[in-house]
Design a protein around this ligand. Structure first.
Ligand code: CP
Ligand code: NVA
Length: 310
């Protein structure tokens, strides 16, 4: 049965029900097919999406802007210096003003609380395009991509190797909602936040997922159906790059690490990748790798999200 998501913000996957997640996947598949066959799908004719970016972006920016256009609406890009936010206009005032002009807001920024507050004070839906804490649109896309390739999600094992960052957090939320098992391997001081792990453990009680937080990457990838990694230094952590390279050197996804995964494992990465650090070309460009399908699917999944909430 269809769930009404109109007006709902997407701040965290943890706020979505199982039904809402599957509704997003079903519409994503249908919009992807329409896109391929060239069937018009102007579900958001005349609507406007404001896109606030305090950090750089290739995939998120281009896929949202192309996506809203393909749905019959228009996207407006606001870079780090464009809005009065830069000159300390408050989040509540910005939310109330933008709600008078726009049909929806997509925001990428540093502090997750800013997105929570924007959604609280806006009367239009707010979509989280990445914060330091979470990256929900990416993970919904990743799960949709796994489902396309494996035709099932429940019971699969995803191993995430690397920094316990925004990607690890949203993967914990996403996997635990859909019944996938997730093993995370990160160095001791770089593990995912307890609050997020607790969310996942709570979700797992009803979905049946197994959650493992480890330090050993070899243990994490054992019998994995999906191996996922991300950069060792996220946006905003560039000054720590050299230090992190030393700490994370045993967490590189390379032929030796993947030996004990299932033969038909999928290699995933949200991109951008630092090839030679967290992953080597031999893996990123191997037949197991689905990194560019993941990137393409950002478009289809975000169109579905926009169509459902706007
Ligand atoms: N994966 C992702 O969000 O990419 P961008 O930073 O290029 O948007
Ligand atoms: N963890 C990365 C993800 C980029 C899509 C970052 O926040 O920079």
């Amino acid at each position: 049965m269809a769930v009404n998501m109109k007006g709902k913000s997407l701040v965290s996957i943890n706020d979505l029900s199982h039904e809402e997640i599957w509704q997003i996947f079903e519409l994503s598949a249908s919009l992807k097919l329409k896109q391929i066959t060239g069937e018009q799908h102007h579900l958001l004719k005349g609507k406007t999406l404001g896109m606030i970016f305090s950090k750089p972006s290739t995939r998120t920016r281009v896929s949202f802007e192309v996506g809203i256009y393909q749905l019959g609406g228009i996207g407006m890009y606001f870079g780090p210096n464009d809005l009065q936010l830069k000159r300390s206009e408050s989040i509540p005032d910005t939310a109330k003003v933008l709600s008078r002009y726009l049909s929806g807001i997509m925001i990428r920024t540093f502090d997750h609380q800013d997105v929570v507050d924007l959604a609280k004070y806006a009367s239009i839906p707010v979509i989280n395009g990445l914060t330091d804490l979470l990256h929900p649109c990416q993970v919904l896309t990743d799960l949709f991509t796994v489902y396309e390739k494996k035709k099932v999600l429940k019971g699969l094992k995803l191993a995430y190797v690397g920094d316990g960052n925004n990607m690890a957090h949203s993967l914990l939320h996403g996997c635990s909602k859909v019944g996938m098992n997730i093993s995370i391997a990160s160095p001791k001081d770089y593990q995912p936040q307890k609050l997020i792990v607790d969310n996942a453990i709570r979700n797992a009680k009803s979905s049946g997922s197994k959650i493992e937080i480890l330090e050993d990457p070899f243990e994490a990838v054992k019998d994995a159906d999906v191996i996922y990694t991300d950069v060792w230094a996220s946006m905003g952590q560039e000054s720590e790059s050299e230090k992190r390279k030393k700490i994370f050197k045993n967490y590189q996804v390379n032929p030796n690490l993947v030996k004990n995964a299932k033969k038909d494992y999928l290699f995933m990465h949200c991109l951008p990748a630092h090839r030679g650090d967290e992953v080597v070309d031999e893996i990123a460009d191997s037949p197991n790798s689905v990194i560019f399908d993941e990137a393409e699917n950002r478009l289809h999944v975000q169109k579905a999200i926009m169509a459902l909430v706007m």
